[in-house]
Design a protein around this ligand. Sequence first.
Ligand SMILES: [Zn+2]
Length: 248
Amino acid sequence: MTLLVLVFLAAGCAPKPPATVFQNSTIDALLDGNYDGELTFGELKKHGDFGLGTFDAVDGEMLALEGEFYQMRGDGSVSRVPDHVKTPFSAVVFYQPTGHEFITGPVDYTGLQKRLDGHRTMEGHAYAFLVDGRFTSVKVRSVGKQKPPYPPLADVVKTQSVWELADVEGTLVGFWFPPSMKHVNVPGYHFHFITKDRKRGGHVLGVTVDRVKTSRQSLDAIHIALPAQPPATRAVSDRESELHKVEK
Ligand SMILES: [Zn+2]
């Protein structure tokens, strides 16, 4: 009996798992053309089951959902990511949503972001968001594999492929990072999308919501895995507009 009580007490006192974003490298290093993957997806999976990122030589957009990692390439193909493949930049969490909301559209991307804003009660924290359901339209893009010497990301996206998916079921996976983190990760909202049948997807440029369920997780820490070699840097006069070109 005594033993049982002790077990219950121990369980009650156990600290909650930390709500930590794990990422390798920084968005600034990626913008500067540091596309050589340093971290394997096998390693990345130890740090989260939900998130987004890219691949060695920016060979497509990455989305992780429920522990499955997907590669959404510039040719429109979607496939599972083998553990040996490497990433130059990804961000993941162990997704533990704290609440949800149903939204009935039509609601555009700005309207959706305003609804999600209402759930960001800790202004200084980052947030993970999941939006699952039916969309009237989703505009996604992906980029093709690059060859060294790598061009900056702002040049890579000039050759991106863009697709408009109409009347589609699927899931948005993404983050909101505070403006103060703009050299670390993309400030504001950043979503990747994958269809329910896991056959299409990419980096989100726009959506119109039909009927969806949203959920979120407040994140109070970031763990950044640093590369062995320092990333190459360029002198950039206006990184904010460069980031806007790349992400929006
Ligand atoms: Zn993206």
